[in-house]
Design a binder for this molecule. Structure first.
Ligand SMILES: *Cc1c(COP(=O)(O)O)cnc(C)c1O
Length: 374
């Protein structure tokens, strides 16, 4: 039976209110919760379907593709690509974009192994399983970056495979480390031809606004790259940006029925996500984005200072927003929505994380330490 719409609306509004109340204490995850797009609510009454390639017309013509293309141009420039050097599309998340990058890599080097560090995101393993690619785990350095020397040894051992596919990470999940793709490409060349994909889900927008920039982008030799739309930028829905150097793409495959070329991994894609990305980027502008990242970096440095005073042994990869600390007791982890791995925990100082919240968090960490010592 149909339910009472008013009751359901009240229920869903309560759900949203409950989440909103928690927002300022969500420290452990890289999604910026500081955005407000309520003025775009009327878009929810319209079906925006970006069928097939963003650059291609489609038969249905109910799309928001010009806005998607504008978003892609922004991200391509941020990722150091020349105009028209890369093809891109707005995927459902970085994990899909990563799958797209690895599928492209496999077409270029069909027999090559995939090399990723022990700090890489789990979605790389899943992509390799789906694509039937063999994953080699490379050791990391204490600071969380992939160890180029171990990559060289591993690649040399497998040089008969015909090349190497390296998945570098720009902003590792637990330590915020940024792999140096120039060094990794040189190391992997022990196996022959090298393809470099950069998983810049969380760290791409940060690296792009760090001076000097680390070696992470197309300007430093990347072949493909993914960035999440919902992390640093902040979005009400997940989105991932896939960027691939043009010459690596397959011939224009397409769906006859949609009358569009389609080199994406979908068919129907969210036009709404592209419109929301466009709106977020327009409202910030380039200067606003740089200021946002700069402030987040300052909050990270501030958090390190506060946590040092609280005796929590903090760590921070230079320029990163990920501050690690000794894992506090469960009540602190729960209250502040921390992410933990083994004996360490971390917070990510994205846009909604205030100085005041850091102060309160550090006070809780110090209080918990006193409890333990008492
Ligand atoms: C968040 C993240 C992912 C996954 O991205 P989604 O957009 O959530 O699919 C992959 N890799 C890294 C390094 C990440 O930080």
């Amino acid at each position: 039976m149909p339910s009472d719409p008013a009751a359901d609306t009240t229920h869903l509004h309560q759900l949203a209110d409950n989440i909103r109340r928690e927002e300022r204490r969500v420290l452990g995850f890289p999604g910026n919760l500081d955005f407000s797009l309520e003025n775009l609510a009327p878009l929810l009454g319209v079906f925006f379907n970006n069928l097939g390639d963003p650059y291609s017309p489609d038969a249905a013509n109910l799309n928001a593709k010009p806005y998607e293309v504008a978003v892609l141009e922004y991200f391509a420039a941020v990722a150091g690509a020349q105009p028209r050097e890369v093809y891109g599309y707005v995927a459902s998340s970085s994990s899909e974009a990563l799958l797209h990058g690895l599928a492209t890599a496999r077409r270029m080097l069909p027999a090559a192994y995939v090399y990723a560090s022990d700090q890489a995101h789990y979605s790389i393993r899943r992509a390799c399983e789906l694509l039937g690619m063999e994953l080699v785990t490379v050791a990391s350095c204490p600071n969380g970056t992939m160890n180029p020397e171990d990559l060289r040894v591993q690649a040399l051992r497998r040089r008969r495979a015909g090349g190497a596919i390296v998945v570098a990470t720009c902003g590792t999940t637990m330590l915020g480390a940024v792999d140096d793709i120039t060094a990794l490409r040189a190391a992997a060349s022990a196996a022959g031809e090298v393809y470099v994909h950069v998983d810049a889900a969380g760290g791409g927008l940060v690296a792009a606004h760090t001076h000097p920039q680390p070696n992470w982008s197309f300007a430093h030799g990347a072949d493909s790259l993914n960035v999440s739309g919902h992390k640093i930028l902040g979005m009400p829905v997940p989105a991932g940006i896939s960027l691939v150097r043009h010459e690596l793409l397959s011939e224009t495959a397409g769906g006859e029925y949609i009358a569009a070329t389609d080199r994406t991994l979908a068919c129907s894609r969210s036009g709404l996500a592209s419109l929301l990305l466009w709106a977020r980027l327009r409202s910030l502008g380039r200067t606003g984005m740089a200021a946002l990242v700069g402030r987040c970096q300052e909050v990270a440095v501030y958090a390190v200072d506060r946590l040092e005073r609280a005796g929590a042994d903090p760590g921070l990869f230079p320029g990163s927003l990920t501050v690690t600390l000794t894992r506090p007791p469960t009540w602190v982890v729960g209250k502040w929505h921390l992410a933990c791995a083994g004996e360490r925990a971390h917070l990510v100082t994205v846009g909604h994380v205030t100085y005041a919240a850091v102060d309160e968090f550090a006070a809780d960490v110090a209080a918990a330490r006193c409890e333990l010592l008492a």
